[in-house]
Design a protein around this ligand. Structure first.
Ligand SMILES: [Fe+2]
Ligand SMILES: [Fe+2]
Length: 213
């Protein structure tokens, strides 16, 4: 893996650049936005604000996923695990870009707290990663399963006319399920209690805040 040749300083610089791109810029998607095939229905003000709140949560979720995987990859011991994490992070970049596009269409913006979400998730990812690669992959499985579940809630809660947000979330949901399956196949450990409940509690707080800010 290319990372091998990098000095510790290079690695910090690479991570800092990736963080800035994720938080401040709009990293480009590699795949076409699934919303493109759906009509852009005009929502009323209440619907528009609700859809924007949900898509902001999804955008924050992708910022966190990106940061978690980069934090885990930074300390992964095995090259195959690191490659797996960085590949999943690339697909999260597509999700991030699609959610950002939809937020713009809904006349809204990403969370102002994204730098905070990124830093916190990167630290959690690195801590999980330090426990070993089985844990690393177990963490991916749990994260992806929880994201899949909250996407289901959002699909049920989006305004009926918002086919564009729905199209994005459907593809994201399928990708997250595949990320979890692949991590399981790669040798993920089942995380012990209370780790999954702590993760769910943290994401509940994040969702409550990101809906508004
Ligand atoms: Fe994602
Ligand atoms: Fe994912």
């Amino acid at each position: 893996m290319q990372n091998r040749a990098l000095t510790p300083f290079d690695r910090v610089a690479v991570e800092a650049q990736r963080a800035l791109e994720t938080v401040l810029g709009s990293p480009p998607a590699l795949r076409a936005n699934p919303a493109a095939m759906e009509a852009d229905v005009v929502l009323d003000e209440v619907e528009r604000r609700h859809a924007a709140g949900l898509m902001r949560i999804n955008h924050v979720g992708e910022v966190c996923a990106q940061a978690l995987y980069c934090g885990q990859a930074a300390v992964a011991r095995d090259d195959a695990t690191r490659a797996h994490l960085l590949e999943a992070a690339q697909e999260e970049t597509d999700h991030l870009a699609w959610c950002a596009d939809r937020l713009r269409e809904l006349d809204s913006r990403p969370s102002l707290l994204n730098p905070l979400w990124y830093a916190g998730s990167f630290a959690i990812g690195a801590l999980a990663g330090l426990r070993g690669d089985g844990w690393n992959l177990g963490f991916v499985v749990e994260t992806e399963r929880q994201v899949e579940a909250h996407i289901d809630e959002h699909l049920a809660s989006l305004p009926a006319g918002d086919g564009r947000s729905r199209a994005i979330l459907e593809v994201m949901k399928a990708d997250e399920a595949r990320h979890a399956d692949e991590a399981e196949a790669a040798g993920a450990r089942v995380l012990p209690v209370p780790v999954p409940s702590l993760m769910a509690a943290a994401s509940k707080v994040m969702k409550a805040i990101a809906y508004r800010v």
